[in-house]
Write a protein that binds this ligand. Sequence first.
Ligand code: FES
Length: 253
Amino acid sequence: MAEKVVRLPVVDGLGNTLRKDNWWVGPLVTFCVLTGFVVYATFRAFEGTNYAWGPYLSPLASPYFETKDLGIPLLTPAILILPFPGLFRFTCYYYRKAYYRSFAMTPPACAVGARSPGHYNGERKLLLFQNLHRYAMYFALLFLVFLWHDFVKSLLWNGELGFGVGSFVIFLNCAFLTLYTTSCHSFRHLVGGSVDSYSTAPLGMLRHKVWSWVSRLNVNHMAFAWISLFGVVLCDVYIRSVATGAIQDIRLF
Ligand code: FES
């Protein structure tokens, strides 16, 4: 028996919809949070100072390169670093959905009228660069090495082992960034893709096991994307606050 095709009514005009739920809350919150993050990151990038205190280093300027002696106006350690994680997030498959909806509104949500309907070109033309995501992921993996190295350094207080609140904050940031990066769709493809048969491929069974773990993480990629974004800001705010003297770090042992 032929299946009955259900056609949803077409809605014209930005925001017009037959939906009765609060569909606009998600795009609005996304717009506010991402705008807030961009404003904060831009401020910190140009501030050019307070990236480190004691054994702590902010993730916004890690790995740290001193830029004062280069004599390039406006160049700061954070400006050197931020394009790499920035490109990773900007080209992330999840974030694309989020900001296409909340900023471009093409459309703002499922079954809601879009801005300029009929003019969406997909990820061609200007948006072709989104295909760089897998290369941005390679850099993100490298940056994880630097960030975990920063965590180990945060435990060394003048050559002695110690642990402060800042070490804990840095640890959380590293953990959530690791979850975000290893739940990435491109990482999943890296560990388990391009294989016709795991049972005959070199290291096939091991790859299948890793791919299964990554697939389980991948289900929660959206959550890791948001938590890790807040984690980066929290970590930087904490280190900046102790560096400026606004608060004092507490050494737990
Ligand atoms: S898909 Fe989101 S980081 Fe790769």
